[in-house]
Write a protein of this length. Structure first.
Length: 372
């Protein structure tokens, strides 16, 4: 799984390295389009007890409504005119009796990796949405399904695709994808499902004949920025049907623009209060003197990809203080999420904190700018 994170990070860098330059449009391209995709691949299980779930190939069909951007906004020009849209996917999860299938609704963005030639191009595909799964874990009737215990789950699809434009209105493409399902540990068991899938698809759409830039869009001139974030939610940490535990976290986050005002990097100091931590320590006979020792402290490197008011956040951190890090080999943590700017100084914050491929908890809260 660590290798997969490295691959995803490399793809992101290749996709967005050209942010500092506003590209000039070369050929007219589809403004609105419809696409159909077929996915095929296998479950990548990360716990020995999940091996029995890898029964047959996973397969999926997806239909998408696509809107190509024209550069009217800063983020559209800087990201080389990405395509955005909404898709529905029906997926056979690879074990009909235990996992069944999933219905997925997902918004997405496809960002060009290299400048398009007359026929060929490539893009980085990122989609995130909601997956509904009829078959879930039950201790008597479906005990083999230790991956999914709730009907509603978070769905993430990251991929790299190659496109061939057969005619002005018709295109074909194929690529590789990493697909993930998880409920964010709101209910156990929740090992989650990870798939490595190949895709092929066809796209049909109309054309914009004239597209012009009215000069370089105005860029944000904020350099040094300091945010305070506050979030909370709940999780189920021990056995199936066990108690729910509250979680809360706060961060001091510094960032600075790199390559473009729409890509910021920095660092954060994280304070995490997880009420399940005491129960985990007691189960493993680890003593602690006070509730203050149950808090987790960490330092993280951060990246933020800004799409107008919406932004994607990626954090990779290490624990400075965590009494259970030796018990569960949890020395590092990750945070992947979205922020939406409500005012010039206030953002809504939604993220998933993980330990590599294992979800820890969902963060729901606010981020407040305190400088400048």
């Amino acid at each position: 799984m660590q290798r997969l994170y490295a691959i995803i990070l490399t793809i992101l860098i290749l996709s967005f390295r050209g942010w500092a330059i506003i590209p000039e449009p070369t050929e007219p391209f589809n403004n609105q389009a419809l696409s159909f995709d077929f996915y095929w691949g296998y479950l990548q299980y990360h716990h020995p007890e999940m091996a029995a779930l890898k029964q047959s190939p996973a397969q999926a069909i997806r239909v998408s409504l696509i809107q190509n951007t024209s550069g009217d906004k800063l983020w559209q020009s800087v990201y080389r005119f990405p395509a955005v849209g909404l898709s529905y996917m029906f997926m056979d999860l690879g074990h009909s009796n235990t996992l069944g299938n999933s219905h997925v609704v997902s918004p997405f963005i496809a960002v060009p990796v290299v400048r398009q030639t007359k026929r060929f191009s490539s893009d980085f595909y990122a989609g995130a949405g909601i997956g509904f799964m009829p078959k879930i874990y039950h201790p008597l009737h479906n005990s083999l399904n230790t991956a999914i215990s709730t009907h509603i789950n978070v769905y993430v699809d990251l991929g790299l695709r190659v496109n061939y434009q057969a005619s002005p209105n018709l295109g074909f493409y194929g690529g590789g994808h990493l697909v993930h399902f998880s409920n964010g540990s709101v209910k156990k068991p929740n090992y989650g499902l990870n798939y490595m899938l190949m895709s092929v698809g066809v796209r049909y759409g109309s054309i914009i004949s004239n597209m012009e830039h009215n000069g370089l869009p105005q860029q944000d001139d904020i350099k040094n920025r300091l945010l305070l974030t506050f979030s909370g939610f709940y999780k189920e940490a021990l056995d199936y049907g066990g108690p729910k535990y509250n979680v809360a976290s706060g961060s001091i986050e510094y960032s600075y623009p790199l390559w473009s005002s729409l890509f910021r990097v920095g660092a954060s100091l994280d304070y995490m209060c997880d009420q399940s931590h005491g129960a985990i320590l007691e189960r493993n006979n680890v003593a602690y003197k006070s509730d203050w020792e149950l808090a987790k402290l960490g330092v993280a490197a951060n990246a933020e990809i800004i799409l107008d008011r919406l932004s994607l956040i990626l954090h990779f951190g290490g624990y400075y203080h965590n009494l259970s890090r030796d018990i569960r080999n949890q020395w590092v943590y990750q945070r992947v999420g979205l922020r939406y700017q409500l005012t010039p100084s206030l953002w809504a914050h939604l993220a998933l904190k993980t330990h590599w491929n294992l979800a820890d908890y969902i963060e729901l809260g606010l981020a407040v700018k305190v400088f400048p």
